[in-house]
Design a protein around this ligand. Sequence first.
Ligand code: COA
Length: 434
Amino acid sequence: MDWRSHYRDHLVTAQRAVSLIESGDRVVVHHACAEPTELIEAMVAQAEAYRNVEIVHMVPMGRAPYCAPGMESHFWHNSLFNGGPTRQAIAEGRGDFTPTFFHQIPRLLRDGLPVDVALLHLSPPDEHGYCSLGVAVDYSLAAARCAKKVIAQVNPRMPRTLGDSFVHVNDLAAIVEVDEPVIELPPPNISQVEAAIGRHCASLIHDGDCLQLGIGAIPDAVLRELGGFKDLGIHSEMFSDGVVELFEQGVISNAKKTLHKGQFVATFLMGTRRLYDFVDDNPMVWMAGVDQVNDPRIVAQNDNLVSINSCVQVDLQGQVVSSSAGLRQISGIGGQADFVRGAAMSPGGRAIIACPSTARGGQISKIVPFIDPGSAVSTMREDVEHIVTEHGVARLWGLTLRQRAEALIAIAHPDFRDQLEAEYGRRYTSNRHY
Ligand code: COA
């Protein structure tokens, strides 16, 4: 059928569109800044019509009303990465968390968690009937391809990102036209601690490197230190406004990349309208499913890949906890292991885990003798390479347990070094061996 007729025939209100969801369905929601707010609100407004609808979602940027108190019998949240609104809901039992490597989520949706409905937020169709997944392709592309029904809100303000990032109108079961701002993430404020971390990370970066940066203040602090560099490249799970600024300054050229030379590569984007205008219809930006971007075997095809991610806790052996504090599930592993392992296999690559030396306003040390009971290790001690705090760089790779402890104590906050030294003494200067 001509896609234009299909589009016209399937154009409905949001209320009508979400009535295609049935009780017991598994609904996968478009990720991060592409969250389809109008469809989610319409679905939750009709909560009484549903029983046991499973909502699979990763980084929530909106209110996540499907896991608000009182929604338990209607919706059950299966989180792939907790954020502000969903952290609380999971802690209070209005859902659960599935541990998974980010690059394996498409496989999970194909083979492990069959998708009944995908709720998407798309750009308007081009002349051939293709809508772009815009600022989030990640697992959303796989959800679109596996779902029995795809329901989409189509928004002229969603940038048309290029790459393997398209869904065809003929595959949409219901279309809702909206004209609303795409969710934005403003650049964070950088504290003095983060600025110092940025400087230490920058000392590990060389001209021509290919960068992966996580979300938040530390990646932005690193970018601010890169003004004097040349020919940097980007192959990153995500990027934000700071990368555009460095491109405009001539620092990022992607010219030395060994995979997708000349192109930025990402699987999702979080930023302001400035970023969204930059990526719109821009062949310099290649976006694709997370299995095509984060798979460590693909990451490793970039020479000199430098990954920079953050964490919650590091123990004296170099085990890195990034998504939980005890049994409290703070976030998810995201692409941390994907890129740490990809960087290790990349010729000339380097993996950096960077974090402030303390948490909770300086009350607790992030470098600890033992990780909290219940915490999950995200980067194994065998995988870890560099740990960076505001107090310096510890290169752990290849070090013995004793050397690791020494290197980590040297970058711990001075207020906690005595306690760590005492533990070091118990472990390594007595005859006890663990
Ligand atoms: N002990 C106990 N709680 C801790 C803690 C510690 N050592 N470190 C952090 N926390 C708590 C904070 O108190 C905060 O809780 P609150 O919101 O109730 O106050 C929460 O964890 C988040 O801490 P915050 O410092 O705001 O985190 P952040 O926004 O800087 O993110 C990570 C840090 C580690 C959570 C985040 O980088 C992450 O999820 N990383 C794993 C995923 C990843 O690396 N992806 C890579 C590609 S994007």
